[in-house]
Design a protein around this ligand. Structure first.
Ligand code: KMH
Ligand code: ZN
Length: 280
């Protein structure tokens, strides 16, 4: 069944430096303004990485809690905290992200080379994240950087059961140097592999850098949803830096409308993902 389009904005990430990408939202005020404007355009979920006073990535618990509370106060967006953090973050800090009480958290389904770095996700760590999310009622978004990560997800669900909320939603993160390419062929291969996951499993996709548009079109045409934002893309078109996250969300909304799959509201997104209603 084709539905409307779930649009997730990933506004900041942990990889770009504010000095090199001045439009990146790094303060709480910048994040809130971005969140409100992206919600007004059609985003329903926000995937959040935060920064410290020097604009460096941080998993500081106080800041995470303050961010979750402020986003809830000023938007109805589904608040998804990154448990991936930066490649240098220790596992304990990544697990502690759940203590900040988000609606959702990311859960990456395996280790992947990440440019010159390694994004480490040991099996036991994944199991810990998954089971703690079940205990706390935090809905996971399973991040898939390579085809084999879907096999790992099948194993995880088979051994440890369905996530909080009972619905399985995955996000194909494509085009990371070291992971699967951001191509239609790779997306279709992942799409096919979803048949081994529970009935009704949904997917979003995001293409890093210049793969953003091919991945967006491939996802829309195969029934998938979209993640866009400056975490993944800082160039809008050849020679044109992204001006704001709103520019990327507006483009995604335009593509979704052309595909006759308009953006889901935040309430519809909560229904789809099994996330309880907004508490505002
Ligand atoms: N920053 C990457 C190393 C996630 O948010 O869960 C990990 C990442 C995935 O961004
Ligand atoms: Zn992330």
């Amino acid at each position: 069944m084709t539905t409307g389009t779930l649009i997730t904005v990933a506004p900041t990430g942990a990889e770009s430096a504010k000095a090199e990408v001045p439009a990146l939202p790094v303060t709480l005020d910048e994040l809130l303004l971005t969140a409100k404007e992206c919600e007004a355009l059609g985003a329903a979920v926000i995937h959040v990485h935060i920064r410290d006073d020097e604009a460096k990535p941080t998993l500081d618990q106080g800041r995470l809690r303050e961010t979750v509370a402020a986003l809830r106060e000023s938007t109805d967006l589904v608040v998804q905290l990154s448990s991936g953090g930066a490649v240098t973050d220790p596992e304990a800090d990544r697990l502690a992200v759940l203590d900040a009480g988000p609606d959702m958290a990311s859960c990456t389904m395996g280790t992947v080379n990440f440019g010159d770095d390694v994004f480490l996700n040991r099996w036991e760590f994944i199991v810990d994240l998954h089971t703690r999310m079940q205990e706390r009622g935090v809905v996971p978004e399973y991040e898939i950087f390579d085809l084999g990560h879907l096999t790992a997800l099948q194993r995880l669900l088979g051994k440890y059961g369905l996530p909080a909320g009972g619905h399985v939603h995955v996000d194909f993160v494509m085009g990371v140097p070291g992971g699967m390419p951001g191509t239609t062929e790779a997306l279709v291969a992942c799409r096919q592999a979803l048949r081994d996951l529970p009935e009704g499993t949904t997917f979003s996709a995001t293409g890093i850098g210049r793969s953003t548009i091919p991945v967006m079109l491939a996802s829309l045409s195969t029934g998938g949803h979209l993640r866009v934002g400056m975490e993944d893309t800082v160039t809008y078109a050849k020679g044109s830096p992204v001006e704001s996250n709103m520019q990327l969300v507006a483009r995604a909304v335009g593509f979704a409308q052309l595909a006759q799959r308009p953006p889901l509201t935040t309430a519809q997104a909560r229904d789809l993902l099994g996330v309880p209603a907004a508490r505002r």
